[in-house]
Design a protein around this ligand. Structure first.
Ligand SMILES: Cc1cc2nc3c(=O)[nH]c(=O)nc-3n(C[C@H](O)[C@H](O)[C@H](O)COP(=O)(O)O)c2cc1C
Length: 223
């Protein structure tokens, strides 16, 4: 495999470290310094009859540049199309789990980890999550090459979440390629992305995401 295509935790962390150093700052192009961050609109969706307690499915996610939200929305739409009652929203906006009989939690990966909002969501609600059907999904650039080795790497990104909440046993774990869009990233993240030299592109495989969501429905106790 080409060295350039291998994006793993160590590479991101190593580059992040050198970017934070003053020397790297000097190498940043003026364009990168002056371009303003584009507004990120985080996906939100609700379908189905309404507040039937214990009947709905929640797809909660954490995202920085929005691409994971669109993955979550696509998963939610597949479930809506199958007649389920679904809410899709940012994990940090969830206040009450009582309407839900099953929950899907997903996160973008930054520096080899799930984002804090998603990890905290699982950790804080682990008691409830251990009693209902759960699925996890992860969105990152390593999955743009869907190899056994990359699957192992990305599966390991979830280790801290599993260790924090071992009683939460997901019925399924989706591993998806994401999108790199520097315009939507905060300055420091933009610099890291630039230093990594990864192409700005949308690697999301919508067919694979829809297929996974469709297969999830019976696992989560749906039709
Ligand atoms: C600063 C930075 C660090 C990243 N770290 C990783 C990483 O460690 N492993 C990985 O596979 N992808 C990594 N990515 C890629 C993101 O996971 C990918 O772009 C994802 O789609 C972003 O999701 P979001 O748009 O929902 O924030 C990184 C991206 C950036 C900009």
């Amino acid at each position: 495999m080409n060295e350039q295509t291998i994006i793993d935790r160590h590479r991101f962390i190593k580059v992040a470290g050198s970017v934070v150093g003053a020397g790297a700052l000097a190498c940043v192009s003026p364009g990168l310094l002056t371009t303003r961050r584009q507004k990120v609109v985080f996906a939100k969706l609700s379908c189905g009859a309404g507040g039937n307690v214990g009947e709905r499915i929640l797809v909660a996610y954490a995202s920085r540049a929005g691409s994971t939200g669109e993955v979550a929305e696509t998963i939610g739409r597949v479930m809506c199309d199958k007649g389920l009652e679904v809410d899709v929203c940012l994990a940090k906006d969830v206040t009450d789990l009582s309407p839900y009989r099953a929950i899907v939690v997903g996160s973008a990966i930054y520096m080899g980890k799930w984002m804090r909002d998603a990890a905290t969501f699982v950790e804080k609600r682990r008691e409830v999550l251990s009693q209902i059907p759960i699925a996890y999904f992860t969105v990152c650039l390593t999955m743009k090459d869907d190899t056994e080795e990359n699957r192992r790497t990305v599966t390991a990104y979830l280790d801290p979440v599993r260790e924090q909440a071992p009683e939460v046993q997901p019925m399924a774990v989706g591993l998806f390629a994401g999108r790199l869009d520097s315009r939507k990233l905060p300055f420091l993240y933009r610099m890291i992305a630039k230093a990594i030299g990864e192409a700005e592109a949308d690697y999301r495989d919508w067919e694979a995401i829809r297929t996974w969501a469709g297969e999830l429905v019976p696992l989560l106790g749906g039709a």
